[in-house]
Write a protein that binds this ligand. Structure first.
Ligand code: SAM
Length: 286
């Protein structure tokens, strides 16, 4: 059996499903978790590949470590992190590898958490039960609009801007996130694949530039996110943050005793070096 990804109108990515582990319409999304010979267990939501056992480490390491390590380098510590989305638990797992912080994860769909605990246990690897983690079931946009807590890092590990995820790409949401950041804190967002979702990149950059002193993107390849580089948004009032010297990132990395499969301190700097076509896309909406 083959399952088709339907994110892009003109492209179909088909993945062989040797064994459907679970399929249901949760309160918010059509969820399927299946086994594929190349990528291991795969989760799709509303027909879009979200995460796979084989390549999730790239995405989750790059989502978590650049912002946390930059905060540690800039402030001496990163104490409080908010994750919006991230129901598979991979981002929470990576964030909690930094011993001296606490994390709140706001996920709209309890079904994603429950089914990923059961069928993708290595994603969360116990993170949901970590005493430093607070799990909230809510629309992230509603949560951020009313919370009084402040966070050094806010990570938007969302689906694409369709269905429940659309609320996490608005200017008002980014404005609310900014209000919830500590001084010099940083917002990181899942911003799609520029080659196929350039309008998402341009729209995000336009909002970042309007709301923050520094808006940027950093990139990495995630094999199951079709179309080349995946972009993560970076928005902060500390314009020097993404210029943090590699040596300072390395010092924070070593102090945290991190062992990572993709990320390393040199990649912190390299990932922000964007090719001209992505730079052009970024500025196309401004
Ligand atoms: N790695 C994926 C990607 O790059 O597309 C994201 C994975 S993670 C599974 C996406 C999560 O965002 C899902 O668990 C989904 O339920 C959650 N989500 C979508 N809209 C949300 C919202 N408005 N508030 C909170 N969580 C949301």
């Amino acid at each position: 059996m083959w399952l088709d990804e339907t994110l892009h109108p003109g492209i179909r990515q088909s993945l062989r499903a040797d064994n459907i582990l679970h399929r249901e319409q949760t309160d918010h999304q059509d969820l399927v978790i299946f086994e594929n010979p190349d990528f291991g267990r795969v989760m799709m939501l509303d027909g879009v590949v979200q995460t796979t056992e084989a390549d999730e480490y790239i995405y989750h390491e790059m989502l978590a470590h650049p912002p946390v390590l930059a905060q540690v380098a800039a402030k001496g510590a990163c104490e409080n992190v908010l994750i919006v989305g991230g129901g598979d638990g991979g981002c929470l797992r990576e964030v909690l590898r930094h011993a001296r912080l606490r994390a709140t994860m706001v996920e709209i769909d309890q079904g994603v958490i429950d089914l990923c605990r059961q069928h993708l246990p290595n994603h969360s690897a116990g993170a949901f039960d970590d005493a430093r983690a607070t799990i909230v079931i809510s629309d992230g946009a509603k949560f951020v609009a009313k919370i009084d807590e402040r966070f050094d890092v806010i990570i938007i590990d969302s689906t694409d801007p369709i269905g429940p995820g659309a609320a996490l790409f608005t200017e008002q949401f980014y404005r609310d996130c900014k209000r919830c950041l500590t001084a010099g804190g940083v917002l990181v967002t899942q911003n799609g694949v520029p080659f196929l979702q350039g309008d998402e990149l341009a729209a995000g950059y336009r909002k970042f530039k309007k709301l923050f002193r520094d808006g940027a993107f950093y990139v990495m390849p995630v094999p199951t996110y079709n179309g080349g580089f995946m972009a993560l948004g970076w928005a902060t009032d500390n314009a020097e943050l993404r210029q943090t010297p590699v040596a300072e990132i390395a010092s924070a990395y070593n102090e945290a005793s991190l062992t990572t499969r993709y990320f390393n301190p040199e990649i912190f700097a390299a990932a922000f070096a964007l090719p001209n076509d992505i730079k052009r896309l970024m500025h196309s909406g401004c």
